[in-house]
Unconditional design. Structure first.
Lengths: 187, 165
């Protein structure tokens, strides 16, 4: 290498930010413990909520509609917990990818994320509509409806969150895609 | 094959390569607080990544790959804020223990490097760390020909920016 490059190299090494390695190691230890805790919390909470749904199904659901609802709900929290756990593991593995592979992965992940929230929106809307239908039917037939109203409230809240999330992702999708592409292409 | 599974071994590696990690972070992030976060993020990613390290590349190349991977992820997350911030307080602090010509050059170089397109910045930063084109290709996932091309353009642009000062 020529003298200018050597000069740059010396200047580059000189510009090394000061770093407290002991404090950094302590921070990393702490973050690592917190990450592990969060990963396992996803699984444990999912398992606990699924158990609660199963308990409700076996002990409290007396009518066929309630039984179907709790039977449908039971596997969902555990599945989401397992999915979140696996996703976290997958994200950890992506840190060993080279830069180009990471950007390709990010591109794909962005498209998957869009699809995921679209399917999520359809699913939650379907569930909300079904619960609303059951509630209206029970009201019309003069049957007890309070539990279904509570469930409709829960689904309405979930649906609201999903709509906000999907709208946000959809609005930012072109910009985020462009940011990735800008780092991938040479010109 | 080297597998790093205990904290003592990780601490030894991080102590040795912390300056490299800090320079990668400084190449991408001008703001001191965010740079510190990035250094921590890279270090955490390194701990996870080193458990799977099989010795396919040198340890230094592997660490550089993880560091640039996390730094690019950081750029994607922080693009809008990144565009707004051009501060270099911490670097000024680092270099303020008596200004001289070398320190001015260090500051000028880092400021100029951050004005480079990220693709060129990556290549020149790795070159300045002493990596070969083959190792840079491995780190960035490019062909050696693409690395040569980017290195040539990066140097030309850096010279232009430095020349404007």
């Amino acid at each position: 290498m020529d003298s200018q490059f050597n000069e740059w190299q010396q200047a580059f090494k000189k510009a090394t930010p000061k770093i407290d390695v002991d404090a950094l190691i302590a921070q990393v230890n702490q973050s690592r413990r917190a990450e592990k805790l969060k990963a396992w919390a996803d699984l444990v909470i999912g398992f606990a909520v699924s158990c609660l749904c199963l308990f409700m199904l076996l002990t409290h659901a007396s009518e066929i509609g309630e039984k179907i609802l709790f039977a449908l709900l039971t596997p969902i929290p555990l599945s989401v917990g397992v999915w979140a756990f696996m996703l976290r593991k997958k994200q950890w593995r992506t840190s060993t990818l080279d830069v180009e592979s990471l950007l390709a992965y990010k591109h794909l992940a962005l498209q998957v994320q869009m699809r995921y929230w679209w399917v999520n929106l359809l699913g939650v809307t379907a569930l909300f509509t079904a619960v609303l239908g059951i509630l209206l039917t029970r009201l019309a037939l003069g049957m007890s409806w309070h539990l279904w109203l509570a469930q409709l409230g829960v689904f309405a809240a979930i649906l609201g969150v999903v709509i906000i999330k999907y709208t946000h992702i959809k609005r930012n999708f072109p910009r985020r895609l462009e940011e990735i592409e800008r780092l991938r292409t040479d010109e | 094959m080297i597998r790093v599974t205990n904290s003592k071994e990780f601490s030894r590696i991080l102590s040795k390569y912390a300056p490299l990690v800090a320079r990668v972070a400084a190449t991408y992030e001008a703001d001191a607080m965010h740079r510190q976060d990035l250094i921590q993020d890279i270090s955490l990613a390194l701990w996870r990544a080193l458990e799977t390290f099989r010795g396919d590349a040198s340890l230094k190349t592997f660490i550089a790959k993880v560091a640039h991977n996390r730094a690019v992820d950081h750029v994607l997350k922080e693009t809008r804020r990144h565009d707004r911030l051009q501060c270099d307080e911490s670097l000024h602090e680092v270099l303020s223990s008596g200004h001289n010509d070398t320190q001015d050059k260090a500051l000028d170089l880092m400021t100029a490097m951050r004005r480079l397109n990220v693709r060129y910045r990556q290549v020149i930063a790795l070159q300045l760390e002493g990596f070969t084109h083959g190792e840079i290709a491995q780190t960035l996932g490019l062909s050696e020909a693409a690395v040569s091309q980017r290195a040539h353009r990066a140097r030309h642009e850096l010279e232009t920016i430095m020349g404007q000062k």
